[in-house]
Ligand binder design. Structure first.
Ligand code: MN
Length: 365
């Protein structure tokens, strides 16, 4: 069986950015071995646009070359990794029922945790594509408003452990993408940290959605793992009540059994399970295009914070510390409610034995 390797963008000694495929702890210079200008580029976008047929043919050619020992491999540790995709539009969803329920309980302790629309559509918002950064990029603590005449560095800097989906071939304006067409339009997945300033978010999000509280940085892992590599991780999503509308009713299951792990300064603080996500990426894609909005190669949409039902499975500090009420303790004995300058947050993931790599970032003042 052909192995679909993770794809990314790297540079070696000469600094020239080009497409690479990851084989364990080594990198394959794809453009050089395949002699194809589609890969001699500083982003994956041309390859993304080429679609499933080209992807499968490429996986197969690389597989054969590696099998024959004919592919020159470069040690991973000797290359620099870059943002793999020139990201067009970026959408972030809110598709974990446990996350939405926790946040609802925190902000509306006396009301229903889920708002009436939540079980009817995948809630989302358009984020800021231009501040999506590659893993390892320092995260500068943002400044902003948190109340009347209150301005300064955020005091409630948080994370959101998420999975991102990288769009391949685009779609035509006015033509929705069907809920069973995910694999035709999505190349693969990245791990994603949706850094969030909760104090700015709470003040500015009335009545519109997230704005400056999230647009200062979103980090993604450098290697895009093809959907084809995740066949073994596909599971049925949780039952949906009420049954979704026909445009959100899929024939094929697109739950993914991805195990995430979140570390702060090396201490594991959470293990969010992606398999329990209420809305699937296929439903998210169908929903975000149902009004005729078009896709372009390199668009990115993310799952929303991944949280599970138990406290050790919460994918954000606002849930883990219940909005700062219950500090967590790290391995060095220090306590955290929100992130401090110098803290490093790393999210890793595996799915059916496939390593999804990691997304990491360190807070700077
Ligand atoms: Mn988010």
């Amino acid at each position: 069986m052909t192995e679909a390797l993770p794809f990314g963008v790297f540079s070696a000694g000469d600094g020239r950015r080009r497409v690479g495929a990851r084989a364990g702890d080594q990198v394959l210079d794809v453009g050089r071995v395949l002699r194809d200008p589609m890969f001699d580029q500083p982003t994956l976008n041309a390859f993304l646009a080429a679609g499933r047929g080209a992807w499968a043919a490429t996986f197969e050619r690389l597989d054969r070359l590696i099998e024959r020992g004919a592919a020159p491999l470069i040690p991973l540790r000797s290359v620099a990794l870059h943002l793999p995709v020139a990201i067009g539009d970026y959408v972030d969803f809110y598709s974990s029922i446990d996350h939405a329920t926790n946040v609802g309980r925190i902000f509306r302790p006396d009301g229903e945790p889920l708002l009436p629309n939540w079980r009817h559509l995948p809630i989302g918002y358009h984020g800021r594509a231009g501040t999506v950064v590659v893993s390892g990029t320092p995260i500068v603590r943002p400044r902003g408003q948190s109340g009347p005449a209150a301005f300064g560095p955020t005091t409630k800097l948080d994370i959101e452990a998420e999975v991102g989906f990288v769009v391949g071939p685009g779609s035509d304006l006015g033509r929705p993408v069907g809920v069973d067409d995910l694999a035709a339009h999505v190349f693969g997945v990245v791990l994603l940290n949706d850094w969030s300033a909760r104090d700015f978010q709470a003040w500015e999000s009335r009545p519109l959605g997230p704005f400056l509280g999230k647009s200062f940085a979103t980090s993604i892992s450098p290697w895009v793992v093809p959907l084809d590599a995740l066949d073994g991780a596909r599971v049925a999503p949780p039952p949906q009540v009420p049954a979704p509308l026909p445009y959100l009713t899929a024939r094929e299951p697109w739950g993914l059994d991805i195990a995430l792990e979140v570390r702060v300064n090396g201490s594991v603080i959470s293990r969010p399970p992606f398999a329990g996500m209420y809305w699937t990426p296929a439903q998210q894609l169908a929903h975000l295009t149902v009004n005729g909005a078009r896709l372009r190669p390199g668009d990115l949409f993310a799952s929303g914070t991944v949280s599970g039902p138990s406290p050790g499975e919460r994918g954000s500090l606002i849930e883990l510390t219940w909005d700062g009420r219950d500090p967590i303790t790290l391995a060095d004995g220090s306590a955290r409610t929100w992130l401090e300058d110098g803290d490093t947050v790393t999210i890793t993931g595996t799915a059916a034995g496939v390593d999804l790599g990691e997304v990491t970032g360190t807070i700077t003042p």
